[in-house]
Design a protein around this ligand. Structure first.
Ligand SMILES: NC(=O)C1=CN([C@@H]2O[C@H](COP(=O)(O)OP(=O)(O)OC[C@H]3O[C@@H](n4cnc5c(N)ncnc54)[C@H](O)[C@@H]3O)[C@@H](O)[C@H]2O)C=CC1
Ligand SMILES: O=C(O)C(=O)COP(=O)(O)O
Length: 527
């Protein structure tokens, strides 16, 4: 097997390259490429490991014809076009916890730097001015910290701020009242936060909902003398309005680690009194960089070498515990989806995935994604579990999930049904010995077949002599039969034959099979 090839395109701790190599990947470290240069080389790689500098645009993805996974050694993925990656079947993963303590500590450091004007005091003292009367700070004890975004980083900031005897109010629409109590913060609406906070710190991702959350209007609603810290993303604050607020004295100080445009080499904010900034250093500690480098390389290599999925943003994760149990179900689900896809020529407005018995205890998302991947692959061979749910939505395919916890005839069952113009068509399968996928029902007829390799599907009238005739036909054409699976509705009624064959059945032989007496349908299948 050829080794997967990975490109590390941003500066990353050397542990990442070491882990990739140890896990069986070829790795190149090429940083500082322009988008054009990256476009020219990206086609060779199966994996791309990045931080915040590389912008993975649709244009780059279009050139990334072999890419399977993008790994972000860090948290924010606003530099990756995730819908485009999903459409292309590329998994996008991040390392959601590796740098959160470090970033929270940077926010606290900037809060103190603002409270005591540390950078200005340092510059003035080192310039020999000894301006003891110029720098009058404020205490943080007893002050109110307004937290916008109370996720991983926000909650660490809150715990540190509570330790500093601050009061913490938090605005986060997804923060539950119980979690707020557990964190020791008061959950408030944004307007209340703006009106009450002495310090405001931002910890949300950059999304369409959070972009410009500290807009000109919202900055005007803040308490006079507020100090603002942003260690999240540049687009969260209106930088021009921030500058005006600092100039007018309404805002007593602002500390930015992140800017609307990065690298920020020129900004109207530079030189403004009470404005301090760092060049996107939130995650830059030795500890955090080792954490994220090790984690991203382990996750990406696990995906490229073993198919394991951790911390993916565009497909369900498979934990180490779940993976062994789910993998045979995903194989079964994909085969059933594929079988339905191959048997159905009409347009399908709806697909239903029904689990029964033991299958209901598992995470259903990977099972559903595998059914969709199998089903849609008939239409396009670039479909995989990542882009299948996305493509289904794009094509207006309604996806239904049903669970029946009690066991039926089998201890575990996955049934896939599609609605077509001709009515509902359904196939079902189980796992033998909890590991081997087997088809057990085909369009309402009981069968028992392994779905593998080249197969032939034949519907015929159940009459003596047919099996001999089909065997002779295939034999005369040099096609060897591997397995033979028969099912029928009732004696003398409609029968279904599923044959596994050692080679693909040529079109001409399919036609001859179709012409045999009593044959209604013949199809070549492959799995
Ligand atoms: N400066 C730096 O070097 C670093 C910056 N970051 C940034 O920090 C961000 C936050 O990271 P985590 O806390 O780990 O993410 P997280 O996902 O754990 O937390 C984000 C929180 O924002 C909340 N949120 C989402 N939409 C919101 C809205 N409209 N209004 C208010 N809250 C909203 C979410 O409910 C969630 O609780 C990252 O997305 C990244 O952009 C992360 C690491 C380093
Ligand atoms: O993890 C994040 O979201 C960060 O912003 C860190 O960015 P960086 O890896 O230091 O370029």
């Amino acid at each position: 097997m050829t080794k997967p090839k990975v490109l590390i395109s941003d500066k990353m701790d050397p542990n990442a390259a070491r882990i990739f190599a140890e896990q069986g990947c070829d790795v190149d470290v090429i940083t500082g490429k322009t988008p054009e240069e990256l476009k020219a080389i990206i086609g060779q790689y199966d994996g791309l490991a990045i931080r915040s500098s590389t912008k993975v645009t649709k244009e780059i993805l279009d050139a990334a014809t072999n890419l399977k996974v993008i790994g972000r050694a860090g948290i924010g993925v606003d530099n990756v076009d995730i819908p485009a990656a999903s459409a292309q079947g590329v998994v996008v993963m991040n390392t959601p916890f590796g740098n959160s303590i470090t970033t929270a500590e940077h926010a606290i450091a900037l809060m103190f730097a603002l409270a005591r004007q540390l950078p200005e005091a340092d510059a003035s003292t080192q310039a020999g001015k000894w301006e003891k009367n110029r720098f009058m700070g404020v205490e943080v004890t007893g002050k109110t910290l307004g937290l916008i975004g109370a996720g991983n980083i926000g909650s660490i900031v809150a715990s540190r701020a509570l330790g500093l005897k601050m009061k913490v109010v938090a605005f986060d629409p997804f923060l539950t009242p119980d979690r707020a109590v557990e964190m020791g913060v008061e959950k408030v609406e944004l307007d209340q936060l703006l009106a009450r906070a002495d310090f405001i710190t931002l910890h949300t991702p950059l999304t369409d909902q959070t972009r410009n959350i500290l807009s000109r209007e919202n900055l005007a609603r803040t308490k006079k003398g507020v100090r603002i810290i942003n260690c999240a993303r540049g687009g969260l604050i209106d930088e021009a309005a921030l500058k005006e607020g600092l100039d007018s004295g309404h805002i007593a100080g602002a500390a930015l680690d992140v800017f609307q445009t990065e690298p920020a080499k020129d900004s109207p904010l530079f030189g403004t009194p009470n404005f301090i900034c760092t060049p996107h250093l939130g995650a830059s500690t030795t500890e955090a960089q080792v954490n994220v480098a090790l984690q991203v390389a382990e996750q990406m290599a696990d995906y490229l070498v073993n198919g394991g999925v951790t911390n993916a943003l565009n497909m369900p994760s498979l934990s180490a515990e779940e993976a062994p149990k789910l993998k045979p179900y995903m194989a079964l689900a994909e085969k059933l989806g594929s079988l339905v896809g191959q048997l159905t020529r009409d347009s399908v407005p709806r697909i239903s995935i029904h689990t029964e018995g033991a299958a209901t205890e598992l995470n259903q998302k990977p099972i559903v994604a595998a059914v969709l991947a199998g089903f849609l692959r008939v239409q396009s061979d670039t479909v995989n579990m990542v882009n299948a749910p996305f493509l289904a939505k794009e094509r207006g395919l309604e996806v239904r999930e049903v669970k029946t916890e009690r066991e039926g005839d089998y201890h575990t069952l996955v049934r896939v049904s599609v609605k077509t113009e001709a009515g509902e068509r359904s196939v079902a399968g189980t796992l033998f010995s909890n590991a081997e996928p087997r088809l057990v029902q085909l369009l309402g007829i009981k069968v028992e077949a392994e779905l593998a390799g080249h197969m032939m599907y034949i519907v015929n009238e159940d009459a003596p002599g047919f099996i001999g005739r089909i065997g002779t036909l295939l034999g005369e054409n040099g096609i060897n039969i591997g397995t033979f699976n028969l099912g029928r509705r009732a004696a003398g009624g409609e029968a279904v034959l599923l044959l596994s064959v050692d080679s693909a059945v040529p079109e001409a032989v399919l036609k001859q099979a179709c012409a045999l007496p009593g044959v209604k349908t013949v199809k070549a299948l492959s799995f």
